[in-house]
Design a protein around this ligand. Structure first.
Ligand SMILES: [Zn+2]
Ligand SMILES: [Zn+2]
Length: 505
């Protein structure tokens, strides 16, 4: 084999753990790389690339330096990055400390081989020098990568199995920050920082036990949200009480992610299936489903639900001219000096033909809403709807999920049986899914009724004290509100120009 000596080689290092668990220092990798380079008569390394990745074989892990190095190997100068001193010139050889561990993912290797297709690029390591354009070397590299990939697949299968076993026992979460509402400290553990190699003592929590003050806050916050307070409102309230477990403020994102996790309802999800966890929930499963339904609903039907509400009927009222949702806005005042009074109105942003002053519409609509809430027939209606609902829906769902899991396990055991009718088996599983979906829909529909239940018989004063977004939600639960076009001008308000249709539970 003729020896290929690069003019501008680069060194690629990767921080990783040595078999004894200690961190391999970059300096040592560099020194070893230089020693190897001088044995091969290579010139000094032009650039040194270092990535932190501990799991180099995972395809979706970010390795910025690896990507930068690939750019510099490409014959195409157009891909260089002029502003980046480590990516604005070419290299023609790679030294790697890890040898066969450089490329653990066949996909990465193919990328590198593609780039090296037209150029002779030596790839050197302690195990020797490979020429990336030599077919024999390419063949060997591919086999090595495939082997490394399989090894790590085996590792991740082991990890998955271990996680599965934890789930069987109703446990979840290994490592990570303490979940809010849970975690009684039971000791400490020593953790090594992967970046610096520094050892830090970390508290060790039993996350199956609740932190009472936090548990109460979560229950309160969820209750407020189900009652109709917006996500923003909940987050604002929560931030006045506490921080997250990492000491940061709550954001709509952290709250949303947190509240949608089955953990807070004492459930865990395993293979897309909910089961009872080893801990008690901070809120009931029904409350959790209610708040989940709220998010499902607001993302599809009410795109502006996240924003703080100022107008009772903004995005609730529909335009009678074109059917789109109407918005609220201020009119007159400073921006229109010729209008002496400043007021607010609902307007249709789509056809722009329909608008109405907010105060008249708001008081008319709220009057109708209060009339319903005070009507004994309405209370009866809600009760009837509640009774019509099959009892123990969540228990039924849990039961179906358990049976489905059992069936799936049986099928997995029988998978190699030539007599097994796969089509039949799949249909059996699908029928479980159908039943579960139907029951879930039933639970979600009852969320709206439970919300209304708490406002039955409310006094006018209590009603007006509710945040505008709560009132807005109740209006939406009870009525479809359509503001009709009118040619009428001047003061006053004609109720006939607002059409309100009761929604049935
Ligand atoms: Zn360089
Ligand atoms: Zn319109």
């Amino acid at each position: 084999m003729n020896v290929l000596i690069p003019q501008r080689p680069a060194l690629y290092c990767r921080l990783s753990y040595a078999p004894d668990g200690s961190l391999e220092k970059v300096e040592r990798q560099e020194a070893d790389g230089r020693a190897m380079g001088s044995r091969l008569d290579w010139p000094d390394f032009c650039c040194v690339y270092v990535d932190n990745s501990r799991s180099a074989w995972q395809r979706n892990r970010k390795r910025p330096d690896w990507d930068r190095m690939l750019l510099t190997l490409d014959a195409d100068s157009g891909r260089l990055v002029p502003a980046d001193p480590k990516a604005n010139h070419h290299h023609d050889g790679i030294m790697t400390y890890h040898g066969d561990r450089l490329i653990r993912q066949p996909y990465d290797l193919e990328l590198l081989l593609n780039i090296a297709d037209t150029r002779r690029i030596p790839l050197a390591s302690v195990s020797g020098v490979r020429d990336l354009s030599n077919p024999d070397d390419r063949f060997i590299l591919r086999i090595e990568a495939a082997q490394a990939c399989r090894e790590s697949d085996n590792t991740s299968r082991r990890v998955k199995r271990a996680l599965g076993a934890r789930a069987e026992r109703g446990l979840t979460q290994v490592g990570g920050a303490r979940p809010f509402g849970f975690g009684v400290q039971v000791g400490t553990r020593v953790k090594t920082d992967p970046e610096t190699g520094e050892e830090v003592e970390m508290p060790l929590y039993d996350t199956t036990r609740q932190v009472p003050e936090e548990a109460r806050l979560v229950a309160d916050a969820v209750e407020k949200q189900i009652a109709g307070l917006s996500q923003n409102g909940v987050v604002k309230w929560l931030n006045a009480q506490c921080t997250t477990t990492t000491g940061g403020p709550w954001t709509t994102k952290t709250w949303r992610d947190y509240v949608l996790r089955p953990r807070i309802a004492g459930l865990i999800e395993h293979n897309g299936e909910l089961r009872q966890a080893a801990w008690d929930g901070l809120i009931t499963e029904d409350a959790w489903r209610d708040v989940k339904a709220l998010y499902d609903r607001s993302s599809s039907a009410y795109p502006y639900a996240g924003r703080e509400r100022r107008y009772l009927l903004s995005t609730v009222a529909e335009c009678g001219g074109c059917g789109s949702v109407m918005r609220g806005r201020p009119v007159g005042g400073q921006d229109k000096p010729h209008r002496r009074t400043r007021y607010t109105q609902y307007y249709c942003p789509t056809c722009k033909k329909v608008s109405r002053k907010t105060d008249h519409v708001d008081s008319y609509v709220q009057g109708r809403v209060l009339r319903v809430l005070h009507d004994p027939r309405f209370a009866r209606e809600l009760r009837a709807a509640e009774e019509a609902q099959a009892p123990g829906v969540s228990a039924q769902i849990a039961d179906l999920e358990r049976r489905k899991a059992e069936k799936t396990r049986q099928l997995e055991e029988l998978a190699d049986d030539p007599d097994l009718d796969m089509g039949l088996a799949m249909r059996a599983l699908a029928s479980f899914d159908r039943k579960i979906t139907a029951l879930r829909a039933q639970m979600d529909a009852s969320a709206g009724q439970r919300r209304l239940q708490r406002y039955v018989g409310i006094s006018v004063e209590e009603w007006m004290d509710l945040p505008v977004e709560v009132r807005s939600t109740v209006v939406r639960d009870l009525f479809q509100v359509v503001i009709l076009p009118t040619s009428r001008r001047g003061p006053g308000f004609d109720p006939a120009t607002v059409r309100m249709t009761r929604r049935r539970p």
